[in-house]
Design a protein around this ligand. Structure first.
Ligand SMILES: Cc1cc2nc3c(=O)[nH]c(=O)nc-3n(C[C@H](O)[C@H](O)[C@H](O)COP(=O)(O)O)c2cc1C
Length: 191
């Protein structure tokens, strides 16, 4: 059975390095036989989570759409940019909304509990967003997601790409492809 992977990034920036590394890893998963759907979180207009707003107006349609997408996929491939040593608000806010009750009353947290995930990141800095991965791993594991050990953090990301968007370092590209491939294979074994 074909594994379905939902790929998303915590950056909405045009030309985002994290989007680029996500795309390479997604290609690795696709080449390993997975069906990969890449979404842009910025396309889901989510307000900052506010419990009073939720109590009065319920969950926004965009949060429900994300819940549906997570439910429809076996695995998550996440690119997690680093802001001040942690993950971005865009990514965490989306996870917080998804974790809230679904329209049928079932807990959103249950959507994560059976999932497997892989992380990648990119940063102009020397650690390539590794600290963000550590924080995101903690969040996902708290939700019951099995985060696979193999990940990749691309350092000096501002120098890593050619003008047409390709990767200059074939080894870095190979490692990113391998993250997607490993996720597809691990998800397949679990299914
Ligand atoms: C508010 C802010 C804080 C940042 N803090 C860090 C940081 O702690 N570590 C790091 O490696 N890069 C940091 N950066 C640089 C980001 O890694 C860089 O902007 C990167 O390009 C963001 O990912 P993107 O290209 O996918 O948008 C920060 C950027 C911003 C805007």
């Amino acid at each position: 059975m074909t594994i379905k992977i939902l790929a998303l990034s915590g950056s909405s920036r045009r030309g985002s390095y994290n989007q680029r590394v996500l795309d390479v890893s997604a290609r690795g998963a696709f080449e390993a036989g997975a069906d990969v759907k890449t979404i842009r979180l910025a396309d889901f207009k989510l307000p900052l989570y506010d419990a009073d707003e939720e109590a009065e107006h319920g969950s926004p349609d965009s949060a429900q759409a994300l819940q549906k997408l997570v439910a429809q996929h076996d695995a998550l491939l996440i690119a997690t940019p680093e802001y001040n040593g942690g993950y971005t608000a865009l990514l965490k806010n989306a996870i917080d909304w998804i974790s809230r009750p679904c329209p049928d009353g079932s807990p959103g947290t249950a959507l994560f509990a059976a999932k497997i995930a892989a992380l990648v990141s990119a940063s102009p800095g020397q650690l390539g967003g590794l600290r963000s991965q550590t924080g995101m791993r903690t969040v996902l594991e708290k939700l019951g997601v099995l985060v696979i050990p193999g990940s990749f953090a691309l350092s000096a990301a501002h120098e890593a790409f050619t003008e047409n968007g390709g990767m200059k370092d074939a080894n870095a590209e190979r490692l990113l492809l391998a993250v997607g491939e490993r996720l597809a294979r691990a998800a397949s074994r679990l299914k």
